[in-house]
Design a protein around this ligand. Structure first.
Ligand SMILES: Nc1ncnc2c1ncn2[C@@H]1O[C@H](COP(=O)(O)OP(=O)(O)OP(=O)(O)O)[C@@H](O)[C@H]1O
Length: 208
């Protein structure tokens, strides 16, 4: 499903990632690694947000050769989402729904699922950090991507919301969707049935 080859990423003289190949099939994957090992960098590479050396393909579609098609099949939720403070939750969700040409009901169901509906007419600047995180997860989960990349989805959300997220991930995975998740918190198989766990060590990705 996802194939990365000959990846090299540097910020100036600081080399963060350097590996020849990484392949994953459909499934739910947890990416581990200490602070600064390159998890967010890897996610930004895969979602086509930063320049890098190498090739990324999703189901045979190349990020470099067919960037629009590639991006339409990937959705990325940043670890620390940042939005203009004056925008309303509803406006942001509408933007994602329209650009991804998605049924409004899907967005409504997601907002209900995360108990965010009562707050959607409020501006983002009034949100707590957990509410902001849930809004970013709703935006990431709207649409019909094949691969959802969730960078630290569990930070700031409460236990109930974390359970709801795990349920949703499990449901979508049963419909053939894949998830690449980073988390500093333990993700146990009771919470989420992980297909594999990977860790970035010394610029390379290893299966644990
Ligand atoms: N825009 C940038 N410019 C320069 N260096 C950067 C930039 N982004 C990340 N880095 C560096 O790249 C390395 C990897 O950072 P990255 O954010 O990918 O790590 P991470 O594994 O996601 O860390 P954490 O678990 O702390 O979120 C770090 O040394 C960081 O300082």
């Amino acid at each position: 499903m996802l194939r990365l080859t000959n990846i090299n990423k540097r910020y100036g003289s600081h080399e963060v990632l350097n590996f020849s190949e990484w392949n994953i099939n459909k499934g739910i994957y947890w990416l581990k690694g200490g602070n600064g090992t390159g998890k967010s960098t890897l996610f930004r590479i895969i979602s086509g947000q930063i320049p890098f050396i190498g090739e990324v393909q999703l189901n045979g579609v190349s990020l470099r050769k067919e960037p629009v098609k590639f991006r339409s099949k990937i959705s990325f939720a940043e670890a620390e989402p940042q939005y203009p403070l004056f925008i309303k939750g509803k406006e942001l969700i509408d933007f994602y729904t329209e650009t991804r040409k998605t049924d409004r009901k899907q967005a409504k169901d997601l907002a209900d699922h995360f108990e965010m509906t009562p707050f959607l007419d409020n501006v983002v600047g009034s949100y707590s950090s957990g509410m902001l995180k849930k809004l970013s997860l709703i935006c990431a989960l709207v649409g019909d991507a094949d691969l959802f990349i969730l960078d630290e989805p569990l930070i700031t959300i409460d236990i109930l919301s974390a359970g709801k997220l795990n349920k949703l991930i499990t449901e979508k995975a049963s419909q053939g969707k894949s998830f690449l998740i980073s988390s500093h918190q333990e993700v146990s198989n009771d919470q989420l049935k992980l297909d594999k766990v990977y860790q970035i060590i010394n610029k390379q990705i290893f299966q644990l």
